[in-house]
Design a protein around this ligand. Structure first.
Ligand code: GLC
Length: 633
C-alpha cells in the first residue's frame, strides 16, 4: 500500500520541508500501520491515512524554530541519553507562582545543571479537587492563575533558548467529568458517549470489578461511579470525577494525536504519558499493561515522529518489573514505544535497601530486568509528586529468603516511623485493609531522618541523615538513565504539614511532599555551614562529575554485582571508552571490600573524591559513602 501523497498534503510548503516530511513518512509508515493493527485491526489503514493528514496539518503550523529543533534532534537522536542530562520536576505555581515566574527562575535551574524540566499538570483542570491537576477539563487552555497558552509558548521558547527541554503531562487515561466530551456524553450525544465506558447497569461493572485493583481505596473506592444525568455507570479508575476514556474508539485516538502535535508545536519536547498502563480494558484482567497499550503508544509516537520528531515520550507506568520493560518496547515494539520510562523498581529498591541496610533484595530484583533497547532510557528518581508504593515482588523476596508481604509491611512501618529506631517521618497513604498495602507520602528529607534530626537539634544525627540523603541521590545519579530531581530535594526540604488546611488537599496526604518553594531557604545554598548549602553542593558536585563520565551515558546497561558484602551495592558500567565501578555503602558503619571488585587495573581513581589511584589491599568505605571508580586517563 502506498504512502499518502505529500505534495498534496503539504502543497504550498517549502519543497525541502515537503521532502523532509516525506522522508519521515516513509521511514515510519510501516511502524504506524503495525501499531494501529495491534490495537485497531479493522481500521488500521483508514486510520493511518487520516493520521498522516493530521500530522501534515500540524506540521504546517510548526514554527521555523521548532522545525530547526527537529533537525537538531535528527542530528543527535540520542540527546536525552547523554550524561549531562538532568531532570527536575515541579509545579509551576509552587515553584514560581506562574509560568512567567518559572521563566524567571531559569537561572536557578541552570545553576543546578538542569536541562529537562517537567512541569506538573498545568492545563485547565476541573474546579475544586482535581487530583493535582490530573483531572483536565480543557487540554487547550492553561490553568487561569498560571497564565495563558501564549505564556506557555513563551516559557517553552525561553527554556529552549537556555537548552532546557520542557516536559508536560499528557493525561490520556481520563478527563475531568467537566470536560466538554464528558458533558456531551452526559447529555446523551451518542458520538461522545462512545468516548467513555458507560454501562446501563451493574452487570458488566461487577464482572470487571472481580479482577480490578483499587487505586485510591481510601477516598475513591471502586472503579465505577453512577452518573445521575446519563443514568449510567461510568468507568472511573481514579476519582469519581475522572472519567476513563475509551481507547477502543479510533475517535479518541484522533483527538489525542492532534493534541500531541499541537502541544509539540507550543514547544513541548517531552510528554509524560500519565497512567498509561490503564488505558486499555480487558475483561478478566486487572486492565493494566494490556498489549494494546504498547501498540497504541507505538502508533502515537509514530505520528509524532512524522509531524514533530523532536518530541519524545516518557511512560508513567508504575507497575511491577515484568510489566515495566514493554513500556520501552520488547519484541516487535522494541525501541518503538516510549523513549523514557520511570524506573519505579529502582526507586523502590533504593528505599528498601536503605531501610533494611542490606543490598541482597536490590540485587536480586534489579538483576531480573531484561536489557532495555539501547535507544531508550530509564527515568531514575528517588521521589516524585506521588506516594511510594512498595512494589516488591514476592518471588524476588523469596529468592533472598524474605517474605514479600512481611517486607512490604516492614517498609510501610519503617517509613511511617512506626518501626523501632526508625527516624522516618512518612505518612501512610491509602492503607488497603484487604491487601495489607500501605503506601507512603513524605519528602525524601523527612523519610531519610533529616526532619527528625532537625526537630531534635541533633547534630550527630543530622550528619548521618545528610550522608544517607546524599548517598540515595548518588545511587540514583550513578545508576544510568535520566535522573529526575524532585522539587526541593536539592535543598532537603522537609514535609509541609499545612496541606491539611486546604480543603481541596486535606484528604490527600501526597500534598505533604508538595511544598511551596521557600526561596529564602533556597538562598541559603550560598551560605556555608547551612544544611541547604551542604546538600545543594553535594548534589551539584555529583551532577557535575557525572556529566563528564561517558560511562554514565544512558545507553549503557548497568550490571549489578552479586553482593560481595551485603552492605555495599556495586554497579558496573562498561562504555566503549570507559568502564566505571560505582560502590555504595548503604549502612552507617564503615565497610570494607576486597580490591578485586574494582577490575580496573592499578590506575583506577575515584571521580567523586578525586582520590589518588587505588593500590592493592582492601577498599575502605566510610559511613554511607559512594565512590565512582573509573580508569584514570
Ligand atoms: C498518575 C499521577 C498521579 C495521579 C494519577 C491519575 O499516576 O502521577 O498523581 O493521581 O496518575 O491521573
Amino acid at each position: 500500500m502506498s504512502v499518502p501523497n505529500v505534495e498534496d498534503l503539504l502543497a504550498g510548503e517549502p519543497v525541502h520541508d515537503q521532502v523532509v516530511f516525506e522522508t519521515r513518512l516513509r521511514r515510519y509508515w510501516a511502524d504506524l500501520l503495525t501499531g494501529l493493527t495491534g490495537a485497531y485491526p479493522d481500521h488500521a489503514v483508514e486510520m493511518a491515512y487520516r493520521l498522516v493528514e493530521i500530522a501534515a496539518r500540524n506540521f504546517r503550523e510548526r514554527s521555523d524554530d521548532l522545525r530547526l529543533l527537529d533537525l537538531r534532534r535528527h542530528a543527535d537522536p540520542q540527546w536525552f541519553q547523554h550524561p549531562q542530562m538532568l531532570g527536575y520536576a515541579t509545579y509551576a505555581d509552587l515553584f514560581a507562582g506562574n509560568l512567567k515566574g518559572v521563566a524567571e527562575k531559569a537561572d536557578y535551574l541552570d545553576e543546578l545543571g538542569v536541562n529537562y524540566l517537567h512541569l506538573l499538570p498545568l492545563l485547565k483542570p476541573r474546579p475544586g479537587e482535581s487530583d493535582g491537576g490530573y483531572a483536565v477539563m480543557d487540554y487547550r487552555a492553561v490553568r487561569e492563575d498560571l497564565g495563558t497558552i501564549g505564556d506557555l509558548r513563551d516559557l517553552a521558547t525561553v527554556l529552549r533558548s537556555r537548552g532546557i527541554s520542557l516536559t508536560l503531562d499528557l493525561v490520556l487515561n481520563h478527563v475531568a467529568a467537566e470536560h466538554d466530551w464528558a458533558r456531551s456524553a452526559r447529555a446523551g450525544d451518542s458520538f461522545y458517549r462512545d468516548y467513555f465506558h458507560l454501562f446501563p447497569d451493574r452487570q458488566l461493572p461487577d464482572a470487571y470489578e472481580k479482577t480490578l485493583p483499587q487505586v485510591f481505596p481510601d477516598f475513591a473506592p471502586g472503579n465505577f461511579t453512577y452518573d445521575e444525568e446519563s443514568h449510567s455507570w461510568v468507568w472511573t479508575t481514579f476519582n469519581r470525577w475522572q472519567w476513563d476514556l475509551n481507547w477502543h474508539n479510533p475517535d479518541v485516538f484522533y483527538e489525542f494525536a492532534d493534541l500531541i502535535l499541537w502541544l509539540a508545536n507550543l514547544g513541548v519536547e517531552c510528554l509524560r504519558l500519565d497512567a498509561i498502563a490503564f488505558i486499555y480494558k480487558r475483561m478478566g484482567t486487572n486492565c493494566q499493561n494490556q498489549p494494546e497499550v504498547h501498540a497504541i503508544t507505538q502508533a502515537l509516537r509514530t505520528v509524532a515522529r512524522i509531524g514533530a520528531p523532536a518530541l519524545i515520550f516518557k511512560a508513567e507506568a508504575i507497575v511491577g518489573p515484568s510489566d515495566l520493560a514493554p513500556y520501552l518496547g520488547v519484541g516487535k515494539h522494541a525501541g518503538k514505544v516510549s523513549d523514557l520510562a520511570y524506573q519505579n523498581s529502582l526507586m523502590v529498591q533504593i528505599w528498601s535497601t536503605l531501610a533494611a541496610k542490606d543490598t541482597r533484595l536490590f540485587c536480586a530484583a534489579m538483576n531480573r530486568f531484561p536489557a532495555k533497547p539501547p535507544t531508550t532510557v530509564w527515568g531514575t528518581y528517588l521521589r516524585c509528586h506521588d506516594d511510594i508504593g512498595w512494589a516488591i515482588d514476592d518471588d524476588d523476596a523469596a529468592s533472598v529468603g524474605l517474605n514479600g508481604y512481611e517486607h512490604r509491611r516492614f517498609l510501610g512501618d519503617y517509613y511511617a516511623g512506626l518501626y523501632p529506631m526508625s527516624d522516618a517521618r512518612g505518612l501512610i497513604f491509602q492503607e488497603n485493609l484487604a491487601t495489607g498495602d500501605r503506601r507512603i507520602s513524605g519528602t525524601a528529607a523527612s523519610l531519610l531522618g533529616i526532619e527528625a534530626a532537625l526537630d531534635n537539634s541533633d547534630e550527630v544525627h543530622l550528619d548521618l541523615a545528610a550522608r544517607r540523603y546524599v548517598l540515595a541521590h548518588q545511587i540514583m545519579l550513578g545508576f544510568g538513565g535520566l535522573p529526575l530531581i524532585y522539587m526541593g530535594d536539592e535543598l532537603a526540604l522537609t514535609n509541609d504539614y499545612l496541606y491539611i488546611d486546604d480543603s481541596d488537599h486535606a484528604d490527600d496526604n501526597r500534598w505533604v511532599h508538595r511544598p511551596r518553594m521557600p526561596w529564602d531557604k533556597a538562598d541559603r545554598r550560598h551560605t556555608e555551614g547551612t544544611l541547604e548549602h551542604h546538600i545543594w553542593h553535594a548534589l551539584r558536585h555529583a551532577v557535575t562529575v557525572r556529566a563528564a563520565l561517558p560511562s554514565l551515558d544512558a545507553s549503557v546497561e548497568t550490571e549489578i554485582f552479586d553482593p560481595v558484602n551485603p552492605a555495599v551495592l556495586i554497579f558496573l558500567r562498561r562504555h566503549q571508552s570507559q568502564t566505571m565501578v560505582g560502590v555504595y555503602n548503604v549502612t552507617a558503619e564503615a565497610q570494607i571490600l576486597p580490591r578485586w571488585v574494582i577490575p580496573l587495573g592499578n590506575w583506577a581513581w575515584d571521580a567523586l573524591t578525586e582520590e589518588t589511584p587505588l593500590t592493592d589491599g582492601d577498599l575502605q568505605l566510610d559511613t554511607y559513602q559512594a565512590r565512582w571508580f573509573v580508569q584514570q586517563a
